[in-house]
Design a protein around this ligand. Structure first.
Ligand SMILES: [Zn+2]
Length: 440
């Protein structure tokens, strides 16, 4: 049994510009930046949003609907700021802003034999043409042609931007009727425990434990700590401008690394070929105000990666037809997966030792097992297997590449997935920081 849902993915292609001037794209991005900051400025000056929209759109030297996309992006950033106050008042600090366009209006794509040609209307009546180059990942080009020709697919907005000195087009494609397995029919329950420095996965069926793994990512924690210290030092020195730059860098670093982690998680699930898997997380959304859950829970709640990593995994898994679900997080880390005894003293940092049956384990792996057990218990007529021994803990440390320092282009003000809300009603379906615009 499956259910269908719309899935959106952002595909990245290097651009091979063949006619029209490449500097046109640069000029258009400068204009996008001007439009974006103009919206913010007028907003801070107290202008009404309808009036901002009219005035800025009329004065923009961009294709009309491209100007609208940029204005939308600025409103999104402001809304996010007023709703959550996550990262402070939005202001754009990079030299250029991604050129954001509607398919068939600001940009167009044409299929010619095996290649995809593009036409970007950088400015009114000024086109840049060429072809999309494939990446190592030919799968992306395949997906794009499918989206251009398939009935259940559509091509959405795109962003033209420079990344690592290279012209790129980031295109969103949507599959309207992706098939995702029904979670109630799942046979393998993959319990997930997310922490500051690792993620633990345990795969359980009604008959016992299938496998488990702990993926360590100490670098994310270290980098976040390093940035935190730098920002604090600058704050003390009154250097708030530099402060913002570091905040962006940190966000981008964490964002990239979490993508890598989530990819590995889904790879692991696919490689082991589990029967009808469901991924189960702890539901931490309503718990922010509850101090009863102690310092461990609070630390996890207030570390940004939790929600983001969860969203990335959910999204990538759904793309492969794997559903996700959640359970109440209460006591999962204190409960013994073997005898069920629950006591805070069972757990001490990364070590778990049951006060009742003396079962010992890696604490996070054990929490993953508890999450899976909890999900099975919640279903009707499901057997929760008795566990006597658990397989040895396997560890997998990610060798995450540190990002070279220096300016990187890209949209940095808005993080579409950070809140986990999305117009499609799917948690964090946006795969890149360049999510899908509401008008797409
Ligand atoms: Zn026990």
């Amino acid at each position: 049994m499956t259910q269908t849902q719309a899935l959106t993915k952002t595909l990245v292609f290097p651009l091979d510009v063949q006619s029209g001037n490449e500097s046109l794209l640069h000029d258009a991005r400068l204009e996008c930046r001007r439009v974006f900051t103009e919206v913010l400025r007028l907003n801070y000056d107290g202008w009404d949003w309808n009036r901002i929209e009219d005035v800025v759109e009329q004065n923009a030297d961009l294709v009309q609907n491209t100007a609208q996309r940029i204005i939308d992006k600025a409103f999104e950033a402001l809304t996010q700021y007023y709703d959550y106050d996550d990262w402070g008042r939005p202001w754009y600090k990079h030299e250029t802003f991604p050129l954001r366009m509607n398919y068939g209006e600001g940009y167009n794509l044409f299929l010619e034999d095996e290649t995809v040609r593009f036409r970007i209307s950088a400015k009114p009546y000024n086109h840049v043409k060429g072809e999309l180059r494939g990446t190592q990942d030919q799968f992306d080009l395949h997906l794009l042609t499918q989206a251009m020709t398939g009935d259940d697919w559509h091509v959405g907005t795109a962003e033209a931007l420079v990344r690592n000195g290279r012209e790129e087009l980031h295109v969103t494609v949507t599959n309207e009727t992706a098939e995702v397995g029904a979670k109630t029919a799942a046979e393998t329950v993959i319990g997930v425990d997310i922490n500051e420095d690792c993620i633990a996965l345990a795969a359980l069926t009604e008959h016992g434990i299938e496998d488990s793994i702990v993926i360590d990512y100490p670098e994310i924690k270290e980098e976040r700590h390093r940035y935190f210290t730098m920002r604090k030092r600058m704050q003390e020195a009154g250097q708030t401008a530099f402060n913002d730059v570091f905040r962006d860098k940190e966000q981008r670093f964490v964002h990239d690394q979490l993508h890598t982690v989530s990819r590995r998680v889904v790879e692991w699930i696919q490689r082991l070929r589990f029967n009808s898997p469901v991924i189960v997380f702890e539901d931490l959304t309503d718990m922010r105000d509850d101090i009863e859950y102690g310092t461990r829970m609070n630390r996890r709640l207030h570390s940004v990666p939790f929600a983001k990593l969860r969203d990335f995994i959910t999204y990538k898994a759904a793309w492969h037809g794997i559903p996700s679900d959640d359970v109440d997080p209460e006591y999962t880390s204190q409960q013994c997966p073997v005898c069920g005894h629950t006591e805070r003293a069972n757990r001490h940092k990364k070590r778990f030792k049951c006060r009742e049956c003396e079962h010992q384990d890696h604490a996070d792996r054990g929490a993953g097992v508890s999450v899976a057990q909890k999900w099975l218990r919640k279903q009707n007529n499901r057997n929760v297997p008795a566990l006597n021994t658990l397989p040895q803990v396997r560890k997998w440390e990610l060798q995450l590449r540190r990002q070279a320092s220096g300016a990187v282009d890209g949209p940095t003000v808005v993080s579409d997935t950070a809140q986990g809300h999305h117009p499609d009603g799917i948690r964090g379906v946006s795969d890149q920081s360049t999510g899908r615009s509401p008008g797409a």
